[in-house]
Structure formats: C-alpha cells, structure tokens
Design a protein around this ligand. Structure first.
Ligand code: DLL
Length: 432
C-alpha cells in the first residue's frame, strides 16, 4: 500500500535530498512547459541549472492567485488538455475563478496524500466515512472521497445540503468517521443533541478543514460528540485537502513535504521568516504535472516547526492557521473576496458602490447579509423595500459567490463613508 511507505518518515537529511532533486526537476519542467514561468525566470535572469540547493528557491519568482486568474482558464497548465483528466475551481479575487487541472498521476498523488491524512486521523478500511464536503468544482468532496477510497474505507458521498438525511444515515449506517467543515460538524452535533441521539452514534473520528478553527473549537466538537477531531488543510490551487493534517498529538499539521515544499515568508518584505516565526505560507509543488506551481503565495498565516513530532513523524509541521494576509473570507466553506461582491453589484444599475458585507454565525452556521445603498434617483416610493430589486441583487450575488445572501436595501447615504481604506466587511463570527 503506497501510503504506508510514508516518505514522511524519512530523516530530515533524506527529505532534503529528495526535495532538492524534485525541486530541480520541477523548475526544469515548468521552464520548458509553461511559458508564464519561462518568461518570469528569464526576466530575473534565472535558468533551471541555477537551482542547485533548496536555498536557491528564494531566487525564483512568486506565483499568486492573480497570476492564475490572468491566465484563466488553462494558461498555466503544463500539459496538453488531452492529458488533463479533471478540473476543479475556486473563487478568484474578482469575477473569474481560478481553475486547476489534474493529470491521472496528479489524482493518484492527491489520493495518496489524503489517504496519509486519514491514516494520521486513525481512519482505516474498517471505517464507514461520510464525506460531507461539497462535491463538484470545490475540491473538498471529491478530494476526501478519493483518499478515503484509497485506504479502503466505505465511503458515503453525502455532499452538503441535507443535514436531516446526513444524521439519519449516520445513525442507520453506523457511520464511524466524518469529513466536513468544523462549523458544520458543530451544527450536526446540535441537531443530534436536540434529537437525543448522541448516545446512539458509532462516530469516533472527524477530519475537518476548509476553514479556520481553533483548538478550543476542536475540544468542543470532541466533547459533544465523544470523538477525536483532526485538522486537515489544503487549497485548490496547490491540490485540495490533504496538503497537511494533524496527528493524535495535535501539535501542528504535518505537511506532505515530499510533494509540497513549504516556505514561510514575511508578507510585507517577502523575505524568508525563520523557523517558528509567524508569516505567510508559500508552496512549491514538487511533483505536480497538470498545474505545477512555483512559490505559490497561499496568503495563509502560520509558522513552521521541523523538529520531530511525538508521533514519530519527521515531516515539518505548520501551526494552526492565524488568519490570512489578504481579505478573503470563508463563509460556509466557500471562499469569498469582497471584490467579488463589488464586481457583482456593479451589474445592478440601481445600486451605488457603497455596500457592507456582514458575516455572523448562528447555530454554528455562517450567515451572510449584504447591505446595499440605492442610488438616490432610484430610491423612490416604489422602490423602497421592493422585493423584486432585492431578488435581483440576491440573484447576481448568488451567481457570483455560489452562496445565498440576505440582501438589505438601505437608504442613500446611510452606510459609513471611510476616509482611508474603505471597510466593506463586518465579521461578527467568534472562533472560540
Ligand atoms: O478549502 C480545500 C479543503 C477542502 C481543505 C476540505 C480542507 C478540507 P479552497 O476552497 O481553495 O480549498 O480554500 C483554501 O481555505 O487557503 C485556507 O485559507 C482555508 N483552509 C483550508 N483548510 C483549512 C484549515 C479548500 N484546516 C483556503 N484551517 C486556504 C484553516 C483552512 N484554514
């Protein structure tokens, strides 16, 4: 079984040697197969042969979400379309999504990484696992699914959107593991508590991610459901879930370092941060064929620890995430940029550029309200509170974000004007 020959159990020196060899190979690969990288490297005067050690990586240019968007949809792919067997997509900073293509080999590596994470979370072929991340363009559902199949667990591909069915099947099938966002699992635990069914559960493990959560929230989930909960991290551009996961000691998330080389940089100076220092996480994919990425800026803030873990794994660990260096929000597991809301509102002629996004958490589910100011000339008696206009705005927002929002139309000149950088978001969620 591939995932048991864990490269994560190599010594640090062996890992460095493997990463160095793979780094040289991937840099050569992107130089010859992706025009974007060839041009970027030529611009700074670097040739693949100049990369001799891991330290040399700092001479390579960064890649950002905007680079993916600017090359939408397939401009950064390193293989012809005929070699791509699947695409996923996630939110771009404005209207366009970032599209990720996978070769058959990429999907195999992805399944292996998720399988490793599940093994770390003590999930095995004896488990019945409900995958309650969304299936579709979002990487959560299919990503977790393939990893769970790889370890031979019995997968229930639940997806999202029907909590009643989920709890019924959880009880009827004797589900022992669940993969979903932590806030959704808390919501599920409340439903089960209300039904007085907690004692009937066979659930023992959860593997949660796709949004920030704290150790306190993990403890809350574990106590309510009498289970062990693990933190799984990933991002679609780099792969999807399975880039890193925490073991039973919950002392940081073990990175699948043989496939994704992590760096921590100072988000302002872009210079490397020291081990243990908080900074922005940057990944270079070491083995990806479809969409290889060099120094991809995740915007996620964390620190790195390369000391051995109590569990025996030697792979580098990243600490639980402390936020982001950009303004991306994660609402019900969906990535949302305020600029997407703005771009969508521009389509509605009655609306001014003044808006406010209000995010909250009610019964452990995220709520989204968008307050929009109407142009004075449209704010006539007929328009006040007009349902049709609200529906129109709700529709464009849903099309842009893939989320339903409560729309509140406010009178002209009501939303606070800012003298400096406009504030468009009030996030009332408290991650306890
Ligand atoms: O959220 C992939 C995923 C699916 C991960 C299921 C884990 C489980 P994206 O939609 O591209 O991909 O969003 C990636 O979500 O940059 C982080 O900001 C955030 N994120 C993902 N996992 C965690 C986590 C998926 N465990 C963005 N803790 C990332 C905190 C997380 N934030």
């Amino acid at each position: 079984m591939i995932w048991n020959e864990t490269k994560e159990c190599m010594s640090r020196d062996e890992m460095t040697a493997l990463q160095t060899a793979r780094l040289k190979k991937i840099v050569d690969y992107v130089y010859h197969n992706v025009e974007f990288y060839r041009k970027k490297m030529q611009k700074v005067g670097i040739l693949p042969g100049d990369i001799k050690t891991l330290e040399d990586i700092k001479n390579l240019p960064f890649t950002t979400k905007d680079d993916l968007r600017d090359n939408y949809p397939f401009g950064l792919f390193a293989v012809p379309q005929s070699s791509i067997v699947r695409v996923h997509a996630s939110s771009g900073t404005t209207g366009k999504a970032t599209v990720v293509g996978y070769t058959r080999h990429d999907l195999d590596i992805w399944a292996e990484c998720v399988a490793r994470c599940m093994t770390m979370a003590n999930i095995s072929k004896n488990d019945i696992i409900q995958v309650a991340y969304g299936y579709g363009l979002f990487t959560g559902g299919l990503g977790a699914h393939s990893g769970a199949e790889k370890i031979g667990a019995m997968v229930v591909p639940m997806s999202t959107g029907n909590s009643k069915k989920l709890t019924t099947m959880m009880l009827d099938f004797g589900v022992t593991a669940i993969a979903c966002t932590p806030s959704y699992l808390l919501h599920i635990s409340e439903l089960l508590e209300q039904e007085g069914k907690i004692g009937d559960l066979k659930l023992k493990t959860a593997i949660c991610g796709a949004e920030p959560w704290t150790d306190k929230m993990r403890t809350e989930i574990e106590q309510r459901l009498h289970i062990t909960a693990h933190d799984i991290y990933g991002l679609s551009e780099v792969m999807g879930p399975g880039v890193a996961c925490d073991c039973q000691f919950h002392n940081g998330l073990h990175v699948c370092e043989d496939h994704f080389y992590p760096e921590i940089i100072d988000a302002k100076t872009l210079l490397p941060a020291g081990d243990g220092e908080l900074g922005e996480l940057v990944f270079t994919t070491l083995t990806k064929e479809g969409l290889p990425l060099i120094r991809y800026r995740t915007k996620d803030l964390t620190s790195i620890d390369k000391s051995p873990c109590e569990c025996g794994r030697t792979s580098a660990r990243i600490s639980k995430f402390r936020g982001r260096s950009d303004d991306m929000l994660i609402i019900r597991g969906v990535n949302v940029f305020p600029s997407q809301v703005e771009a969508a509102l521009i389509e509605v002629k009655e609306v001014t550029p003044h808006y406010m996004i209000i995010v909250d958490r009610v019964n452990n589910l995220d709520t989204l309200e968008i307050q929009v100011e109407i142009d004075e000339k449209y704010y006539t008696d007929e328009i006040k509170g007009l349902e049709a206009l609200k529906n129109k705005i709700g529709h464009v927002i849903n099309q842009a974000l893939g989320l339903n929002a409560k729309i509140r139309i406010v009178e002209p000149m009501t939303l606070k004007r800012s003298e400096g950088k406009a504030v468009h978001v009030i996030d009332n969620r408290k991650l306890f």
